[in-house]
Design a protein around this ligand. Structure first.
Ligand SMILES: [Zn+2]
Length: 416
């Protein structure tokens, strides 16, 4: 500590032979224990190629307890350098030609020359700060051995304070062309580690979305449109196969045939039943003893031996809340506009819709035709009774009459 008494720094930042405006040179460096920055003013001496260097200020911090990688610490040091530059410029009245920032980390230089937002938040925010306070062109590379900021990060004995620390590195006293600054190399692996991973967003197009059952008000129309779409796809495939080989299959034409309509219906049933498979596995429809055949869930039940068609014995299971169930029930109701129970029974001939009675009731209530048919008929207002029938003091059968109205034979022309 005694040696500290001998350490002196010239108080005046302007040397006696100085001329022109000085350049501020700020060095930054980091080690695993600390990071820091130091600033020097570089003056030209008497119009010669000689330069005088004055120590201005330095700042250091111990490395945070949370372990950071060395490049990140170097970046912290670089941030400190820009803040030091800002502080010096604010505090001094001295006019300066420019500021040169120097670091021995190629990785940090690479980051500073890149777009800040390309990196992970830690690097991105700090590079952003550096770029807002300095121009990336101001940043230069310095050999690690010649970096005086190395003394800040690693510490230095008092006896050495009067050498590089006070007078700056030797190369500062030379002309700028003679500085041994390395060109900034292309990004290396370490630098790329901090880059944000580009997330690729893809729009998954679900084929069933082109046919939205919510947009149809009739089951028949939905089936027919689906069948036409399926036919179009089939024909497109046939065309492509034809182009590649000499296949002779022709595309489908003309009116839709029953197998196409059935295939469209099965498509929709599979779509509607998609969420039911998971529920079935959880045992939600246990009482219906459902089973899957060709991807479609049928209701098992005890009617397997009844002499009826397969559809009647094993209806297709459908959820009552789905649009398709509503369309099916409505279509069945509109054939004859039956009551709630009849509609539900007719639906169950082919489909086992959960809560079908409730569904049939809501359809019956919203059916315009049914409303029209159910309206009350107007009754005729009868005329007053004739005088004969209301005559007082007359015995029964006093007045008799014959209701003379019956089939007449009318003579038309000469025939009859
Ligand atoms: Zn109706």
């Amino acid at each position: 500590m005694k040696e500290l008494n001998e350490v002196t720094f010239p108080r005046c930042l302007t040397p006696p032979e100085a001329m022109g405006l000085p350049k501020l040179c700020i060095f930054s460096d980091a080690s695993e224990d600390a990071f820091g920055a130091c600033a020097y003013l570089r003056w030209q001496k008497n119009d010669s190629d000689q330069y005088d260097v004055r120590f201005v200020a330095a700042k250091s911090r111990v490395a945070p307890l949370k372990k950071l990688t060395l490049p990140r610490l170097e970046l912290q040091a670089a941030v400190m350098a820009t803040r030091l530059d800002e502080a010096i410029r604010e505090e001094t009245t001295l006019e300066m030609q420019a500021t040169v920032f120097m670091t021995d980390s190629m990785i940090v230089l690479g980051w500073i020359r890149s777009q800040a937002r390309a990196f992970k938040p830690f690097v991105s925010s700090r590079v952003g700060e550096i770029q807002s306070k300095s121009n990336p062109q101001q940043w230069k590379h310095v050999n690690g051995k010649e970096n005086p900021a190395d003394d800040v990060s690693r510490g230095v004995p008092v006896s050495k304070l009067l050498e590089r620390w006070r007078d700056g590195p030797k190369f500062l006293q030379l002309a700028e062309e003679e500085w041994m600054c390395r060109e900034i190399s292309s990004p290396n692996a370490e630098e790329n580690k901090e880059r944000r991973r580009a997330e690729q967003a893809m729009n998954a197009v679900v084929t069933s979305d082109c046919l939205d059952c919510e947009r149809y008000s009739s089951w028949r129309k939905l089936i027919r449109v689906t069948a036409y779409v399926k036919r179009f796809l089939h024909n497109a495939k046939v065309q492509r196969c034809k182009a590649g080989s000499d296949a002779t299959e022709d595309g489908r034409k003309g009116p839709l045939n029953p197998s196409e309509l059935e295939s469209a219906e099965r498509f929709w049933i599979r779509e509607v039943q998609k969420p039911l498979h998971a529920k079935m596995k959880r045992g939600e429809f246990k009482t219906l003893s459902p089973y899957v055949d060709d991807g479609i869930i049928y209701v098992g039940g005890r009617a397997g031996r009844i002499f009826e068609s397969y559809d009647n014995r094993h209806p297709v299971l459908l959820p009552g809340q789905h649009r398709v169930s509503k369309l099916i029930t409505r279509q069945i109701h509109e054939i004859g506009h039956d009551g709630v129970a009849t509609t539900a029974a007719k639906v169950r001939r082919k489909y086992w819709i959960t809560g079908v009675t409730k569904l049939a009731k809501s359809i019956k209530h919203s059916c315009v035709t049914c409303r029209k048919m159910e309206c009350k008929l107007e009754s005729q207002l009868m005329a007053d009774l004739p005088e004969l029938r209301t005559a007082p003091f007359t015995p029964p059968f006093h007045y008799t009459a014959c209701d003379y109205f019956g089939p007449y034979n009318v003579k038309v022309g000469r025939k009859r």
